[in-house]
Design a protein around this ligand. Structure first.
Ligand code: C2E
Ligand code: MG
Ligand code: MG
Ligand code: MG
Length: 282
């Protein structure tokens, strides 16, 4: 009936043009209540120390359990949340929820680990961002050292100087900063030079085909050397096979995250996985 209504407007819609925005509009509309309705949840994916084989951290990744659409990928709704500004309350919910989860794991007696939380560039446009982060951590009873914030190059699109100032304030606060998705955008070395980073996360695209592609291996190897010379830890994302792991280990990457160990899982499953992992070691 939509087509009928618009017949006299002389617009031509192809089915694909119609479909995409429809889902987007649906997501946009249902997002506003989704937080109150408890439809968002965090999954956790372990990070494994390459040398010891131990779990040494986790990344919190948001999931939306939509009543009609099922599990919606963050790749589909984070861009919408960024466009509407909903990412501000949503991002605060993510950080608070991850911190509360850490407190709970500590109460359960799990050894402490660093949890990383993804930050959107929109959150960094908030004047109060440092204060907000500080307040959320203290509300949840988490020390800044226990948290790592994952940022991407996109946060520098706006105002580089201002963004750097914010990042230095966060470093002063004590949170760790990690540069996510390195290798997908400009991957400018000046970022590595100027940002007070703790970790460099190499994107999955860095290691796809690495086993068969010699040049790719050399690039990987060199980037790890650069990062280490700048005192950065290197984490490789999206590791799926033993062969990839072998190459990564050979070139001294510090930690890996990928399906080879575990996909992101709900919090209770992560706690079990972590405990089983610890007992297997003992
Ligand atoms: P990201 O931060 O780079 O997260 C890594 C993504 O790679 C995750 O996708 C994870 O599930 C996936 N992954 C991990 N290991 C493997 C593997 O071995 N193979 C493959 N093919 N994929 C793997 P996910 O959870 O769908 O998240 C996608 C992106 O959405 C994230 O990329 C991040 O940019 C964004 N995102 C997720 N949660 C949040 C959040 O709470 N806030 C914000 N602002 N963005 C988020
Ligand atoms: Mg990330
Ligand atoms: Mg990434
Ligand atoms: Mg990403």
């Amino acid at each position: 009936y939509v087509a009928k209504k618009e017949r006299n407007t002389c617009k031509i819609y192809s089915p694909s043009m119609n479909d995409v925005p429809k889902k987007e509009i649906m997501l946009e509309n249902s997002m506003l209540n989704a937080l109150e309705l408890g439809q968002f949840m965090l999954y956790y994916q372990p990070k494994i120390d390459v040398k010891t084989g131990r779990i040494n951290g986790a990344e919190a990744l948001i999931r939306w359990k939509h009543p009609e659409l099922g599990m919606v990928s963050p790749l589909d709704f984070i861009p919408i949340a960024e466009k509407t500004g909903f990412i501000i309350p949503l991002g605060e919910w993510v950080l608070y929820t991850a911190c509360r989860q850490m407190s709970e794991w500590e109460r359960m007696g799990l050894p402490r680990l660093t949890v990383s939380v993804n930050m959107s560039m929109i959150q960094f446009q908030q004047k109060q961002i440092v204060h907000t982060i500080e307040r959320i951590l203290s509300d949840a009873g988490i020390r800044p050292e226990q948290i790592e914030l994952e940022i991407t190059e996109s946060i520098f699109m706006d105002n580089q100087e201002y963004t750097l100032k914010i990042l230095h304030e966060l470093q002063q606060l004590g949170v760790k900063l990690s540069l996510d998705d390195f290798g997908t955008g400009y991957s400018s070395l000046s970022y590595l030079q100027n940002i007070p980073l703790h970790t460099l996360k190499l994107d999955k695209s860095f290691i796809s085909d690495i086993v068969s592609d010699y040049k790719k291996q050399m690039i990987f190897k060199s980037v790890v050397v650069i990062a280490h010379n700048l005192n950065l830890r290197v984490v490789t994302e999206g590791v799926e096979t033993e062969e990839e792991l072998r190459v990564i280990r050979e070139h001294n990457c510090d930690a890996v995250q990928g399906y080879i160990f575990s996909p992101p899982v709900p919090a209770p499953k992560f706690a079990k996985l972590y405990m089983d992992h610890l007992t297997a070691e003992a």
